[in-house]
Design a protein around this ligand. Structure first.
Ligand SMILES: *[C@@H]1O[C@H](CO)[C@@H](O)[C@H](O)[C@H]1NC(C)=O
Ligand SMILES: *[C@@H]1O[C@H](CO)[C@@H](O)[C@H](O)[C@H]1NC(C)=O
Ligand SMILES: *[C@@H]1O[C@H](CO)[C@@H](O)[C@H](O)[C@H]1NC(C)=O
Ligand SMILES: *[C@@H]1O[C@H](CO)[C@@H](O)[C@H](O)[C@H]1NC(C)=O
Ligand SMILES: *[C@@H]1O[C@H](CO)[C@@H](O)[C@H](O)[C@H]1NC(C)=O
Ligand SMILES: *[C@@H]1O[C@H](CO)[C@@H](O)[C@H](O)[C@H]1NC(C)=O
Ligand SMILES: *[C@@H]1O[C@H](CO)[C@@H](O)[C@H](O)[C@H]1NC(C)=O
Ligand SMILES: *[C@@H]1O[C@H](CO)[C@@H](O)[C@H](O)[C@H]1NC(C)=O
Ligand SMILES: *[C@@H]1O[C@H](CO)[C@@H](O)[C@H](O)[C@H]1NC(C)=O
Ligand SMILES: *[C@@H]1O[C@H](CO)[C@@H](O)[C@H](O)[C@H]1NC(C)=O
Ligand SMILES: *[C@@H]1O[C@H](CO)[C@@H](O)[C@H](O)[C@H]1NC(C)=O
Length: 655
């Protein structure tokens, strides 16, 4: 770790060095503030009074060139994690004697050796407190100010005469504060969003790379158009959105509700709209945007001394913006994540069957509406993340009934919902045109959404039960040519294993997705029975610890099952191999055990069918890219009654 000299100095741990440290830096380091005639130089830091945060100069780990930055980091966390960086796009090129001081105008200013201003709070403060009538530039020269590193990690410039709460304009009465300029980490207490009076937009932007803090490609910010929501983008391309705040949580983030680590906060007034969070325990948790585009909620583990990922947003396939196209709905618990809204059909069935859903869906029956007259109605969907609200219309005081009337009267209105779901619901959101980026949660989460439909799609006796039973039997069909082509015509060098009823091939679909294909061998008598068993069972099972089937192919006397590809093969490859077993730490093994157990609990207790696998062994535990275990091979499994807790079998099976 090429930290600052000070960091290395302290870690030397000798009484002598501590003595020297205090002897030489006593006045400079023991403080949390900087007053008008003081400077903070290269070898000095400010430390918050609770010792949690430190402000100083640093050079990023791994960078062996001479780039220096001024920043704030968690003092007690040995993996440097920055809360603010003054000059991320303007590194100092020498560590010799940069200085931070308060200039004659009361601005916090960073100068280099030759006294050139590298960064100043004045260049970033205009938007933060220009509206504050507390003081203007000419006043500042005469009003003494000082900088203070607060216990929450906020570096503030404040007037020596003001108190913290004398101006309530979103600036807390500070002349300037670092919390208005987050970099790649959002910490407890920071506001993430807009000061609507000044136009200040507080957002997160990734580093360019792990050793270059300059502005990278990824931005996470609050889009305040339409109905505000947080949007994660690369350049101008949307990667993910949270959905709007429902009063309790974001429409698309049920996992935030009632978590033990932090309490999410959302504020929307005439003056500001922001998201924030407050730690509810002693665990440090932050929202982090890393240079490769991962957006993670991470927590600090005091014992293992590392950041632990609590939630990795982009690992959830259904979080991928618009995965299922317009009028498509994503459900991560379904074997195939995308389906069309009820009453809609795939725009391009061909593409849809090749698991490319980007074309989305179109109406089966067009709407009947002209000049607000027609007999359209609405289909109610529950537990959904509502569509993109960038161009939605909102009124926080309308009732759901008024909302429906308003939507019906406008032929381009395609959906409506309550803006706030608390109590019996209130407010109105209207959508116009195509609906994109919907997802559905299996248990809780999301909210109700009403989608405009032709009357004939609503009434016509398609009972829910029928709908469900067709869905149960439905396993997407792959055509033979696609599967053959994906596996180089079942070339022998694509064989990756031998399943219970035939060879397993690795393949790659035209959209780049890697697949594993189980092909029933022509003369496998026993195999046919197992194949059918597997098709029937696995099409009804969905769990993150069960291997996911993408579809099947029954054509030209061929029977094949198409699965997601598991790059790390099966567990026996690791634990029974001297060298590879070294790759599995005890922590990882424990995770794998827990995963398998969760898969079994699902099979035995929680799934729609109750299932005994009957051939559970290391060879049937597959491992995905992140080494998460997936139970596979249901050829021998059997179901038992929902109220039975044990079952007898006459046939001894498996190994
Ligand atoms: C700062 O220094 C100037 C000139 O040395 C002095 O007049 C002034 O009183 C000092 N201000 C403070 C707050 O110490
Ligand atoms: C800190 O820097 C100042 C100015 O560069 C220098 O005079 C002083 O000796 C340094 N102190 C330590 C402990 O390195
Ligand atoms: C200080 O910054 C100025 C302007 O960026 C630059 O021209 C000068 O070389 C810098 N001085 C040092 C010692 O780096
Ligand atoms: C700034 O302060 C000066 C002196 O008190 C005053 O004359 C001027 O009107 C102020 N400007 C603004 C924009 O408030
Ligand atoms: C199907 O996908 C291909 C390739 O992605 C695309 O070029 C084509 O336009 C799509 N078909 C339709 C009908 O959208
Ligand atoms: C469209 O709505 C009008 C008014 O309700 C109705 O008379 C007409 O039959 C509808 N047309 C179709 C094709 O459903
Ligand atoms: C919002 O709805 C309320 C109640 O219907 C209405 O009084 C108000 O004018 C609406 N506001 C806007 C901006 O449409
Ligand atoms: C319907 O809503 C759209 C979008 O708000 C608006 O532009 C249009 O004027 C409305 N049409 C009618 C007939 O109110
Ligand atoms: C077959 O695969 C090749 C390359 O892998 C691809 O270019 C071609 O479109 C595929 N053909 C079909 C019919 O899927
Ligand atoms: C697969 O075989 C078919 C017919 O034998 C041939 O047209 C095609 O090019 C082959 N594809 C690959 C990827 O080998
Ligand atoms: C698991 O697979 C991924 C992707 O192929 C690979 O990067 C990783 O090293 C593998 N893990 C182990 C422990 O082999």
């Amino acid at each position: 770790m090429a930290g600052t000299a000070l960091f290395v100095f302290i870690s030397a741990h000798t009484l002598l060095s501590l003595f020297l440290l205090y002897a030489s830096l006593a006045t400079a380091t023991a403080t949390d503030s900087l007053t008008i005639n003081q400077t903070l130089t290269f070898n000095q830091t400010l430390i918050s009074s609770n010792q949690n945060f430190e402000l100083g100069f640093f050079t990023p780990a791994n960078s062996n060139d001479n780039r220096w930055y001024l920043g704030i980091w968690f003092k007690k966390i040995p993996i440097r994690t920055y809360v603010w960086i003054a000059n991320r796009d303007h590194p100092l090129h020498s560590s010799s004697s940069p200085a931070l001081k308060i200039d004659n105008n009361g601005h916090l200013t960073l100068v280099n050796q030759t006294h050139h201003v590298i960064w100043s709070s004045s260049s970033s403060s205009s938007s933060s407190s220009s509206s504050s009538t507390m003081m203007n530039t000419s006043n500042r020269a005469h009003t003494p100010v000082f900088a203070l590193l607060l216990d929450n990690g906020n570096l503030v410039v404040k007037s020596q005469t003001s108190t913290d709460d004398d101006v309530d304009d979103g600036s807390n009465g500070y002349v300037w504060q670092s919390f208005d300029y987050p970099s790649e980490n959002l910490i407890s207490g920071m506001k993430f969003g807009w000061n609507l009076k000044t136009g200040l937009n507080r957002n997160l932007r990734s580093w360019k790379s792990s050793d270059d803090p300059s502005n990278g490609d990824f931005v996470y910010e609050m889009d305040r158009r339409g109905f505000p929501e947080l949007v994660f983008r690369k350049g101008s391309v949307n990667l993910y959105r949270t959905g709007p705040w429902t009063g309790i949580q974001f429409s698309g983030t049920p996992e935030l509700k009632n978590n033990p680590v932090f309490e999410p906060i959302f504020v929307h007034t005439d003056e500001e709209v922001y998201y924030s969070f407050r730690s509810t325990g002693s665990v440090v948790s932050i929202l982090r945007l890393d240079p490769t585009g991962s957006l993670n909620r991470i927590t600090w583990n005091d014992r293992s001394l590392q950041w632990v990922v609590m939630l990795s947003v982009m690992k959830d396939q259904c979080n991928k913006y618009g995965l299922c196209g317009v009028h498509g709905v994503c459900n991560i618990d379904d074997t195939v994540p995308c389906k069309c809204l009820k009453g809609f059909v795939p725009t391009s069935p061909q593409n849809w069957s090749r698991v490319d859903w980007s074309d989305g869906c179109r109406r089966r029956t067009s709407l009947n509406c002209s000049n607000g007259v027609g007999d359209d109605g609405f289909q109610k969907l529950s537990f959904v993340k509502v569509p993109d609200t960038t161009f939605a219309w909102v009124n926080m005081s309308m009732s759901l009934n008024e909302c429906q009337m308003k939507c019906l009267k406008n032929c381009s209105c395609t959906a409506f919902a309550n803006a706030d779901v608390r109590g019996s619901g209130s407010g109105c959101v209207l959508w116009f045109g195509d609906l994109i980026d919907l997802r559905e949660f299996t248990a809780g989460g999301g909210q109700d959404l009403y989608v405009r439909m032709a009357a004939s799609e609503l009434g016509e006796g398609i009972t829910n039960q029928e709908e469900d039973s067709t869905r149960e039997l439905e396993l997407p069909l792959f055509d033979f040519v696609t599967v053959a082509n994906a596996t180089n015509n079942f070339s022998s060098d694509k064989v990756i294993g031998e399943g219970g009823f035939g060879p397993v091939y690795k393949g790659i679909l035209p959209n780049g997705q890697e697949i594993a294909v189980k092909r029933l061998s022509e003369n496998s008598g026993q195999g046919l029975r197992e194949f059918k068993n597997e098709v029937i069972l696995i099409s009804k099972l969905q769990h993150r610890n069960l291997v996911k089937v993408l579809g099947c192919c029954i054509q030209r006397e061929e029977m094949m099952l198409v699965y997601e590809y598991m790059p790390n093969k099966s567990l026996d490859n690791f634990i029974f191999d001297k060298e590879r077993s070294q790759l599995l730490s005890w922590e990882k093994r424990f995770d794998i055990i827990i995963g398998i157990a969760q898969g079994l609990v699902y099979l035995h207790r929680d799934s729609r069918l109750r299932i005994i696998h009957r051939d559970l062994k290391a060879g049937n535990i597959l491992l995905d890219r992140e080494m998460n275990p997936k139970i596979s091979d249901f050829g021998l499994a059997r179901t038992f009654g929902g109220d039975e807790t044990e079952a007898n079998t006459r046939r001894v099976v498996g190994t």
